[in-house]
Design a protein around this ligand. Sequence first.
Ligand SMILES: [Zn+2]
Length: 425
Amino acid sequence: MSQTEISRMKPSLVPLATLLGRELRGEKDEKPFVKYGQAALAKKGEDYFLIKPDCQRIPGNPLTSFSVFAIFDGHNGISAAIFAKENLLDNILSAIPQGASREEWLQALPRALVAGFVKTDIEFQQKGETSGTTVTFVVIDGWTVTVASVGDSRCILDTQGGVVSLLTVDHRLEENVEERERVTASGGEVGRLNVFGGNEVGPLRCWPGGLCLSRSIGDTDVGEYIVPIPHVKQVKLSDAGGRLIIASDGIWDALSSDIAAKSCRGLPAELAAKLVVKEALRSRGLKDDTTCLVVDIIPSDQPILPPTPRKKQNVLSSFIFGKKSQNPVNKAKLSAVGVVEELFEEGSAMLAERLGKDISLDANSGIFRCAVCQVDQPPADGLSVNSGPFFSPASKPWEGPFLCTTCRKKKDAMEGKGRRPTVIS
Ligand SMILES: [Zn+2]
């Protein structure tokens, strides 16, 4: 097992139950205010966003409220971005068991995000349309922030003390060597565009298709190795709160995380979002769709995040979170600087590692529920643990939960199974 795999499988630093227990004991009983602003400039008109500050875990019960913020940066058309905006939230929520307590709900969320992203991708592909989209999807429940992302629309967190951290991973082939290896192993080719007698230009892309991203929703025509399985990170803010800046690459190609955070500190969210977009425009001009959401999670007795950066932490954070880092997965712990407690982080593209091993079986009926799309299916029609006959002797048996026929096919396709074997010389 490689070092990377070990780090992926690391347990949560602080068990969620412990944190929620502390909360129940009144150490952090106030729900924070969530204030937000949005700004955008369109070049191609392919950026979409979602703001839902009033969701409820239990419909009709305002005590169970949570907020959702998301950005969808479409490419090769807009239909995937629109489809994801309209369907992703429902697909995620349907993967969380009914009747879950708040603690169970938050613990189920990372897995439900994976299921929801994959389900949305399958549904979009079934429409037979082209186009694809990045997704950066943020769920805020109390002080707990959960971010799922495919593509390169970043979400950064700016906390009191001036610590800026990245909650997403850039799924760009140019900058992500792990993803390059995964795409190649699953049957894609990675290289630059060839023009004029073999000169290579532009960023690394995968072929066929020519996409610069390694993960997205949609992109039916590109290849299944461009997977919709999101990187997921769940953190708990201190009761000093924090600011999220969620933006498409129109911002991040112009501004570093640090500069974006610094450019708007101390300003209300609405104004902050406008200022970040303005700063990006000033630095680079309008080269791409540029969309920015700013979300402040603040103590209810404090109207605005105070602008009090501490210099020594700025040095640390810019060292850790520099954009040009060759290593896409952040090994540094936010909790190391005492600002944020890291609850969960997982970025593997393998469904078996993301969905867990338990099986959803209705014992009374003998019906299995697909862990991705939540469709009920008799087990004989789908895939369950130790289902050896579905595989050639060379492939490892599936060690994940039950998948329906459709989702099993999707899983195999994403892992490059079913294509002609490559001769390794
Ligand atoms: Zn399914």
